[in-house]
Design a binder for this molecule. Structure first.
Ligand code: GTP
Length: 590
């Protein structure tokens, strides 16, 4: 900190081939030159002033945070108020028990510091020339990798072997889904609180803050909903991630927004998850509105994105006096639907609980009205849920969930889940869709600890060098460079789609995680048998809700480098006018 003139925000920047950047600006920080605030652009100054006020408001009087730290955080997170608040709260809140290894240095510098220390012969040559890469030519991309001017010493580890030897705990991510207000954030807040991932003091503070604004029942939810917008509206807007550990597993919670306006964010969460916790309100009226609303839509999305394991947390059981009949009614009302959505009932566990009181979340329920219940707590059900099979042998596939700039040694960092493959410090990577190359200078795991390598399933932060931030946005992919097989930017494809609504040849928004493009369904080839995949009808005029169809989609893309990075087997979601119309699996592309 503070900001440098000419250094652009990475998020939400449209980029094209003509984008140029000043590599001197980019590498100045390597040489230790902090630039004074009066060198900030007018736009930066304005954003900083607005952001500082918002962060102060969100932190309230309880947190005595220095203004310089607020501005550092805003700068690092590209003026993202929510992330800055989360970071500062974590930094300024003493924890009774960290969920994992304690941090010893700043989140931004630690990993690279270790990488540097462990790689004494590493040379970081500042001032690289911008790389000009032919956008479609794999050979040129390989050449570009060879010419990377920033060299980071690689230990050339056999990462898969290292992983096997490491005895690391199982790594598992789950997405928390369900209709708005059914209690997802409260339930996760309770889980973290009872696992002592957060301490009494922090929760007391949140209680006081929540009471001040007349929302006392939201105190636990605020552990997950951290932005002012989320708190004032009382709804989750973006995916909140939070790590915690049990004896067997390192978990990451992906708390998804329940509101229909934020379904694209929810899709991004699902694409990173191994399994899902579907939260349903046990109360009849709320339960019924959920069935008409996002309870079914969310369950369909997770299933069609490949998730098989579902924990149905039947929440707010305190409001129905822990009635066994109520649980059975919820079970009956949802089971037929789950079967029709191709869930296998053996993969579904119903867990009655109350996030607000904590009953049957971490501790078994104490109310005598619940004597009839002998099943698992939510935590026990989580612990027996197996993560998806990881494909470590494949080339790297990582979807960027966050881009932020660090200070000093780490000018630019990204985080996201490794979907396949492995990476290590010193590896070259290719960013898609920009097709720009970069080098991994440091790796930080989700618990904040530095590492030499990371593997599929983990959600690391990678500190990158030799790339300009304008080439990295959330939703983009990082992949292994040639000769590893690349990921094509696909413009037209055939997919097997489960329809949620009536589907005709029509325009749709196509989502791959956070990436989105407008597409036209140009052909309905056939209706398929859901179980066998056999064609039951050729060239239908319409696909009805619940039917599985093979359809063809042309994306509307501008220019050469356009398209979505898709592979055979990629999961996509189709939306139209704020509704999810279908979701499916890519079968082939041209
Ligand atoms: N009685 C009771 N109320 C609960 C329980 N869990 C949550 N609530 C209340 O339900 C309301 C909504 O809770 P949230 O956790 O914000 O719900 P959500 O599903 O995360 O909502 P979105 O983030 O908007 O999708 C709050 O007032 C909570 O206090 C529970 O177990 N029992």
């Amino acid at each position: 900190m503070p900001p440098k003139s000419g250094f652009q925000r990475a998020k939400n920047i449209g980029y094209d081939d003509d984008d140029v950047y000043d590599d001197e600006d980019y590498f100045d920080e390597e040489e230790g030159g902090d630039v004074a605030a009066d060198e900030m652009s007018e736009e930066d100054k304005e954003q900083m002033a607005i952001g500082t006020a918002k962060v102060k408001e969100a932190l309230g009087s309880e947190y005595k945070v220095k203004e310089a730290d607020i501005q550092d955080a805003l700068w690092n997170y590209y003026y993202d108020v929510g992330k800055s608040v989360t970071y500062l709260k974590n930094k300024y809140t003493p924890k009774t028990q960290t969920p994992a290894k304690p941090k010893t240095a700043s989140r931004f510098d630690q990993a690279a510091g270790v990488a540097d220390a462990k790689a004494p012969t590493g040379t970081i040559k500042a001032k690289s020339k911008p790389k000009v890469v032919e956008k479609t030519d794999g050979d040129k991309l390989a050449e570009s990798v060879e010419k990377l001017t920033v060299k980071v010493k690689s230990k050339n580890l056999d990462v898969i072997e290292e992983y096997r030897k490491s005895g690391l705990k199982k790594v598992s991510s789950f997405v928390v889904i369900g209709h708005v207000d059914h209690g997802k954030s409260t339930l996760m807040g309770r889980l973290l609180y009872d696992l002592k991932v957060v301490d009494d003091r922090s929760v007391d503070k949140l209680r006081q803050e929540a009471e001040t604004v007349g929302k006392s029942s939201f105190a636990l939810a605020w552990l997950m909903d951290q932005t002012p917008e989320e708190r004032s509206r009382g709804v989750t807007v973006d995916i909140a991630t939070m790590p915690f550990e049990t004896e067997k597993t390192s978990f990451t919670i992906l708390d998804a927004p329940g509101h229909r306006d934020f379904i694209p964010n929810m899709i991004a969460g699902v694409s990173q998850a191994d399994f899902a916790v579907l939260v349903v309100d046990a109360q009849e009226n709320s339960f019924q509105s959920g069935l008409k609303g996002q309870t079914k839509e969310h369950a369909l999305i997770v299933r069609s994105m490949g998730i098989q394991r579902l924990i149905v947390a039947v929440n707010k059981m305190d409001t129905v006096s822990w009635s066994k009949e109520r649980l059975e009614k919820v079970r009956q009302a949802t089971t037929t639907f789950f079967e029709s959505a191709s869930f296998s009932l053996k993969n579904i566990t119903f867990v009655p609980c109350a996030g607000l009181t904590g009953d049957n979340v971490v501790q078994h329920v104490s109310a005598s009205a619940a004597d009839w219940y002998t099943g698992p707590t939510l935590l026990e059900a989580l612990d027996v849920s197996e993560p998806k099979k990881r494909d470590l042998e494949r080339p790297l596939r990582l979807t960027i969930n966050d881009v932020f700039r660090g200070s000093g040694q780490n000018p630019l960092s990204v985080s996201g889940q490794i979907e396949a493959g492995t990476c290590q410090v010193g590896d070259a990577i290719v960013a898609l869709p920009s097709r720009e190359t970069a080098v991994i200078k440091g790796i930080e795991l989700s618990d904040g600890s530095p590492a030499d390598w990371a593997v599929a399933g983990q959600i690391p932060t990678l500190h990158l060098v030799d790339i300009d931030p304008i080439h990295l946005r959330f939703g983009d992919m990082l992949i292994s460079p040639p000769p590893a097989p690349s990921v094509r930017l696909v413009k037209s494809f055939t997919c097997k789609m489960l329809a949620f609504e009536h589907v005709l040849p029509q325009y749709v928004d196509v989502f791959r995680g956070r990436q989105q493009a407008t597409g036209l369904i140009t052909g309905l080839s056939s209706i398929l048998n859901k179980n066998t995949g056999e064609i039951v009808k050729k060239k239908p005029r319409i696909v009805k809700p619940g039917e599985v169809a093979r359809i063809r989609i042309e994306l509307e893309v501008k220019g050469e480098g356009g398209g979505l990075p898709l592979e055979v087997g990629s999961r996509i979601v189709l939306r139209d006018g704020g509704k999810t119309v279908g979701a499916g699996l890519l079968e082939s592309y041209t």
